[in-house]
Write a protein that binds this ligand. Sequence first.
Ligand code: NDP
Length: 283
Amino acid sequence: MQLIDGKKLAKKIREELKEEVEELNKKGIVPKLAVIMVGNDKASSVYVKNKSKACDEIGIKYEEFLKDENTTQEELIGLIQKLNNRKDINGILLQSPIPKKLDIREAFNCIDDNKDVDGFNPVNVGKLSIGEDCFISCTPYGVIKMLEAYNIDVEGKQAVIIGRSNIVGKPLIQCLLNKNATVTVCHSKTQNLKEITKQADILVAALGKTKFIKEDMVKEGAVVIDVGINRTEEGKLAGDVDFENVSKKASYITPVPGGVGPMTIAMLMYNVVKATKIANGII
Ligand code: NDP
């Protein structure tokens, strides 16, 4: 079994981006990310802090817009439109969740598709589905970069994704399909799940259930990617995969923490640099 070290790979990507940003700086260009947070979700605060740390490290400027939970839909949309029009802002990220009374879909739809570094705008979602260059949602993008970095051949392989959320499962279907995998997607209504997961050459768990994937659900020699980030009762971080037992059967496996998580942030940084290059006519 080989461990797919997301932490190490993410560090390498951040270092490469730092060099790219230094080159941009020489041309007088400074990438800048705007992050909007509405309400005070504790987990979001941690994610946002990690993102700002990564920006600092790479040389991406960072501006935070913290709105209280009484923010109206009009105020949120107004803020996004203001940021769409600001030339110094290259990427806009709306941290989810936001208070339930607000319509997050409408808000994502308003983000300029050239500043949509999370890849949630329908233009980018649509482009991904027809295989055009676009901003790819950061977690699926991170998964693909991991497979590429470890030279894991995807073409013609049976890939099974568990989870069909708009931010992970669905964009990952397109990413794997674009790489010529044969993709099956499972969800909470899937019957005979184990029979399907046992067919997988590449198994991606993105359902959000601690240690749900047991060794008897996995084919010998499968590549296992664990997207899950869950808190155990003891407050520890745990993935969707029972790592200790599944790792004995897998050919490659990602750990939690230190797997997909750091890659998600690295790919966000990648998308901000890409947005900056688009805004400045470099690509
Ligand atoms: P969602 O809750 O939005 O989606 C979960 C998906 O899993 C749904 O499609 C659901 O099916 C499916 N599902 C739930 N239970 C089962 C089951 N018993 N059997 C089969 N399918 C099931 O979660 P997210 O996609 O947002 O996140 C998934 C996990 O990934 C979470 O642990 C989250 O914390 C983590 N995550 C990690 C990231 C990272 O950077 N590493 C980034 C984003 C998320 P249905 O559609 O039918 O309800």
